[in-house]
Design a protein around this ligand. Structure first.
Ligand code: ZN
Length: 164
């Protein structure tokens, strides 16, 4: 007997599944940022996703190096995933900064000896990257933390644990 035998018509089934949506909107913003900031990722292909309702309550966004299988099936070398409910509440400037931040995690390196690209990831300089903070400050980061915090009613002392 499996557990489905206990489900009766009208019962709600708990959904743990996160919904992953490819986002042309995020992609468009990324393309603008890449051009404006003169970012160069060589031949790297990037996939952009919104995850609903969220990655986790405290994870605003993340950058993932594609596995061999993901590369095979999608052609992408990196995936940028953003918590969807939060994204929907952000203003356009903050969205832009968030995408810029995630893009800076990409670090494709050309190995001339082997004549091949290696798709690495770059770590933060601190919670953010110096080139963003020096030029744009940290208000946008606080906006994200405050948005997530009010969305999920986080304890105020946990607000600084919202990362991207
Ligand atoms: Zn980050």
């Amino acid at each position: 007997m499996n557990q489905n035998d206990f489900i009766k018509p009208g019962d709600t089934i708990k959904q743990n599944e996160k919904q992953l949506m490819e986002s042309p909107e995020v992609e468009e913003i990324a393309e603008q940022v890449i051009e404006r900031e003169n970012l160069d990722f060589g031949p790297a292909e990037i996939g952009y996703f919104l995850v609903y309702p969220n990655l986790t309550k405290k994870r605003a966004a993340k950058c993932i190096k594609a596995t061999r299988e993901v590369k095979y099936y999608s052609g992408n070398d990196y995936l940028i995933e953003i918590s969807g409910e939060m994204w929907d509440m952000l203003d356009s400037k903050t969205r832009e900064m968030l995408v810029y931040h995630e893009l800076l995690h990409l670090d494709p390196v050309y190995k001339s000896k082997k004549q091949e690209w290696v798709f690495k990831k770059r770590k933060h300089d601190f919670g953010d990257f110096y080139e963003i903070n020096d030029k744009f400050g940290n208000e946008w980061y606080k906006t994200i933390q405050a948005t997530v915090s009010s969305l999920y009613d986080l304890d105020p002392k946990d607000e600084n644990k919202v990362t991207l």
